[in-house]
Design a protein around this ligand. Structure first.
Ligand SMILES: C[S@@+](CC[C@H](N)C(=O)[O-])C[C@H]1O[C@@H](n2cnc3c(N)ncnc32)[C@H](O)[C@@H]1O
Length: 353
């Protein structure tokens, strides 16, 4: 496969001279936690269940205004459950008017025909339903409310509104992925994104995919070629990208995107590298944070600092594994991915797990 450069992957205006090392000049994507409210209590969730809080409207509006001035490409609106945020439609409308794309990640619980139409009319860019299995028994191992999510998909289909599926790859659902693809087709989804499992709210990531099951999923994805249901692997999952696509970029898209092309705002209006990394900084503009944060600077030096097995794996220059796992599971921001199936196979010739 041809190796893509940053210049081929990103618009020139994101690659200006003043950009921090190994990063875009401004974030491409801003992830915003709108609320801590959620009607679900999913076993895998990385968000701590806490008292219901919404992001302050004026704080959100100020971030949208700055994102617009910076030319941030997309706001990824999440939570908690964004459909539980009372001013969701207003937020999407404001971002649209400011020229910023929007994406909403949701379980679909609380979606009505009226809300779906309001979101469409407010200019929502894409709606992502979280589905971790083709059947309730599989989905329920990691998420709640399978039936409600499927009902939301059916509602969107009946309204002719496009939607996509977020699927988290795990030990307990990887074998179900081909059936999930069939289900997504039945439901009329526009595509699927494969997400890597990050640590849950107790900092546990035991269900992460390893060994043979990982390579079976990779083989399925390598052989998959149906333009009617595009499937993409998120950049936070560089090991799977490598196993599926081979070495395809050496640049900013090569793994963990925290501080490289993405930034996050928490429900208290503080800036963070990503929704999974809790290093809040307050009282800064996005531009100041992007240019000056010591935490982002450290993340941009991951390639030099990373520990085993990554520091001995030949793929390191184009593979940055999830930093949230390094911090929350190994207690070391520079830790390598000690369960990485690709590195372990390369270094030992064996499959583990
Ligand atoms: C935290 S949820 C918030 C939005 C909404 N409540 C929902 O359920 O989709 C956003 C996305 O993160 C995913 N997610 C939750 N916990 C995760 C974890 N530990 N690792 C990876 N993805 C996770 C969910 O499956 C969902 O697709």
């Amino acid at each position: 496969m041809t190796v893509m450069t940053d210049a081929e992957l990103w618009p020139a205006e994101y690659l200006g001279d003043s950009r921090p090392p190994r990063s875009l000049s401004m974030p491409w994507q801003m992830n915003v936690a709108l609320t801590t409210r959620c009607p679900l209590n999913c076993p895998q969730c990385y968000v701590k269940a806490e008292e219901a809080r919404d992001i302050d409207w004026d704080v959100l509006a100020a971030f949208i205004a700055e994102a617009s001035a910076l030319k941030v490409h997309e706001l990824n609106l999440s939570g908690g459950e964004p459909l539980s945020y009372p001013r969701l439609v207003e937020a999407v409308r404001l971002a649209t008017a400011a020229g910023i794309g929007t994406a909403v990640a949701t379980s679909g619980v609380g979606l009505t025909a009226e809300l779906a139409k309001e979101l469409r009319d407010s200019g929502l860019g894409s709606l992502w339903l979280s589905l971790n299995g083709s059947r309730e028994e599989i989905h329920s191992l990691s998420r709640a409310c399978f039936r409600e999510t499927v009902a939301a998909a059916e509602l969107l289909r009946s309204l002719g509104q496009p939607f996509y599926i977020n699927w988290v790859a795990r030990r307990d659902n990887a074998g179900d992925f081909p059936a999930l693809v069939t289900k997504a087709k039945e439901l009329g989804a526009g595509g699927i994104v494969v997400l890597v499992l990050k640590p849950d709210s107790r900092h546990n990531a035991e269900a992460v995919l390893t060994g043979e099951a990982f390579f079976r999923l990779a083989a399925f994805l390598r052989g998959y070629d149906d333009p009617a249901m595009p499937i993409e692997v998120e950049s936070c999952y560089p090991a799977l990208r490598l196993a599926v696509y081979g070495k395809w970029t050496t640049g900013i898209e090569a793994g963990c995107s925290a501080g490289r092309d993405a930034v996050a705002v928490d429900v208290d209006g503080r800036l963070n590298p990503c929704p999974h990394l809790d290093y809040p900084e307050a009282g800064l503009t996005v531009r100041e944070y992007w240019q000056n944060s010591p935490v982002l600077a450290a993340l941009r030096a991951t390639e030099e600092a990373i520990g085993a097995p990554c520091n001995r794996c030949g793929h390191t220059p184009y593979c940055r594994p999830c930093r949230a796992k390094a911090v929350k599971v190994y207690g070391d921001p520079s830790a390598g991915d000690r369960q990485c199936p690709v590195a372990l196979r390369e270094l030992t010739g064996r499959l583990f797990g």
